[in-house]
Design a binder for this molecule. Sequence first.
Ligand code: ARG
Length: 461
Amino acid sequence: PEQKAWSQRFESALHPVINRFNASIHFDMELIEYDLTGSIAHAKMLAHTGIIKVLEAEQLISGLEQIRQEYRQGNFKPGIESEDVHFAVEYRLVEIVGDVGKQLHTARSRNDQVGTDIRLYLREQIQQIRQQLRSLQTVLTNIAEDNLETLIPGYTHLQRAQPLSLAHHFLAYFHMIQRDWERLKDVYTRTNISPLGCGALAGTTFPINCHYSANLLDFDDVYQNSLDGVSDRDFVVEFLCAASLIMVHLSRLSEEIILWASDEFKFVTLKDRCATGSSIMPQKKNPDVPELVRGKTGRVFGHLQAMLVVMKGLPLAYNKDLQEDKECLFDGVITVKSCLEAMTILLQEGLEFRHERLNTAVLEDFSNATDVADYLATKGVPFREAYSLVGKAVKNSIAAGKLLKDLTIEEWKELHPGFAEDIYEAISPRQVVSARNSHGGTGFTQIKQAIIKIRQQLATS
Ligand code: ARG
């Protein structure tokens, strides 16, 4: 356009730097398909209510569809002079269909328009991310199923605590991701509400039917208050919060994989397809994928924080500050999607568990100490007393350079007469894991049941 839509109100043209500063076209073109879809629904509503003629609506719609074709073919590239995607579409529409194009913005503002676009965009992204979460859950469950009998040291404070089934460890992540999946479902319900018809802030003088356009766009509901409708970005904050928690979960898993791949742990080997090398150290094989996921987590948290700060001081209703929602949201979406994708591939085909090393690791520590205390407690020794006795045994064993499994039966009996030969079986790692058969525990029976339940859950939702 040679002139802005609003140029008649002004004496002079915009300062070129301010023009650039004000524009959002360089990032909000991401919304163009949704903007076109929203405009088509608006045009249909205008015809349906008799605000414009059916023939006029048809011209608008064919012009909008032509823009869609042009865009998809790479032939619609509006520049900074168009300010934002909404004006870019409107200017092009008038070029294509002539003066009738100037009817499109009847009973609408860019404020309810952009609110509509961003919701249409986000609800689609939410569904895609939920699909990705499901794929990740399937991979986590497969790993669990393949590793029911693989043992791994369990840690608290990153100190050896009690041995676990590796399956139990991965199913913990399954459940975290399940909450993410449910959270996004919930965010979706508050995203899928139409603000179209709220106008600039106060509604409109035209006899519109906002339910009609909402219905065409598959929104579940419409806003009950126009001021709220045009200025609400709670759903963006909620999405970024849900995305942040997804990143927390991916980052924790990343941290573990990075540790496991180190020479200190040696629990996994990274397969070549998912690992990277060094420019100077010839021997290196680096876990760049989980490191990047851990690193990108900060960006998503940053976007959440940025959105909260954008919102906190805003008087009703629309303020240009809200234009800042887009880069936060778009980058949040791209980041979480790329991390889910990479992480799923890494888990599916990038890790080789070192079963030998995992199963022997649990033999070389005192992580069966609780089980010795439990053993005595079942023989009638009050738990706290049993615990103290075993603490002493641990201290003496460390001094003697032994493990609990190396104590002779005489040494056990000296510690407490209640010990018998079956103590050796009771403290073997496999038995230690197997015995934790309480609900949600690492016992093999528990995990088998958990996997059956999870498989059903994945099949039915
Ligand atoms: N580009 C603007 C945004 O992203 C569109 C809405 C502009 N509305 C206005 N009253 N200036 O928020």
